[in-house]
Design a binder for this molecule. Structure first.
Ligand SMILES: CC(C)(COP(=O)(O)OP(=O)(O)OC[C@H]1O[C@@H](n2cnc3c(N)ncnc32)[C@H](O)[C@@H]1OP(=O)(O)O)[C@@H](O)C(=O)NCCC(=O)NCCS
Length: 182
């Protein structure tokens, strides 16, 4: 999918939100590894990144060409500082109405409004793609993310007490959230 929007952040700077392209591969790869090392609330650790830069490039090309999936980059001062995306849960008839949302932003850029803007952009793309439901999992201690999702319209539908097992802190409860789009 394609997306393009310029927003003004809380610090008055302009930030471009646009779908990733193949040529963004190195920057997206570096941003993924940076953000995944800066928080213990994401699904994977940087050393578990199974992509090479070439695979990242292929991934971004496929998303840009896709009719129902997207990876959106947030570009601040000419640099990719975060990404968010939607991915289909599956292609089978019984689940093709569901998509999953994910987001990560580098720590130096938290609190500027990028997270909210990327979340709203992904919700708009999920609607445009025709999904009936957008879903996510969030670690229950990750209050700032959960508050953002709730205010964007996601609703909790359950908890998994052993959703994640952190290398440093052990079990992490995950909150399952969903938003109906139709
Ligand atoms: C969670 C995350 C995406 C939020 O992004 P962000 O750019 O900091 O979010 P925003 O600046 O748009 O703020 C969103 C909301 O968070 C809250 N918030 C912002 N700064 C905050 C702070 N310092 N303390 C507490 N809450 C804060 C506010 O309620 C804000 O709502 P508002 O738009 O009404 O002001 C970002 O912190 C991140 O990438 N974290 C690491 C990865 C992660 O946890 N991903 C989610 C996995 S489910």
């Amino acid at each position: 999918m394609k997306y393009k929007e310029t927003i003004v952040l809380k610090n008055k700077k302009e930030c471009l939100l646009r779908n990733g392209e193949g040529s963004d591969a190195k920057e997206v790869y570096d941003n993924f590894n940076l953000t995944h090392g800066q928080t213990d609330y994401l699904l994977s650790y940087p050393d578990e990144d199974s992509f090479t830069i070439e695979q990242e490039q292929q991934f971004l090309i496929e998303k840009a060409d896709s009719s129902n999936e997207i990876e959106i980059c947030a570009i601040l001062d000419g640099r990719i500082v975060g990404t968010a995306g939607i991915e289909a849960v599956g292609k089978k008839d019984k689940v093709k109405h569901r998509a999953e949302f994910g987001i990560s932003i580098e720590k130096d850029c938290w609190g500027l409004g990028i997270g909210r803007a990327l979340t709203l952009a992904c919700i708009a793309c999920a609607r445009r793609a025709g999904y009936a439901q957008l879903e996510l999992d969030v670690v229950s201690e990750n209050g700032r993310a959960a508050a953002l999702y709730e205010s964007a319209g996601f609703v909790e539908y359950g908890r998994n007490p052993r959703g994640f097992r952190s290398r440093s802190t052990g079990w992490q409860e995950t909150v399952l959230m969903r938003m109906e789009l139709d």
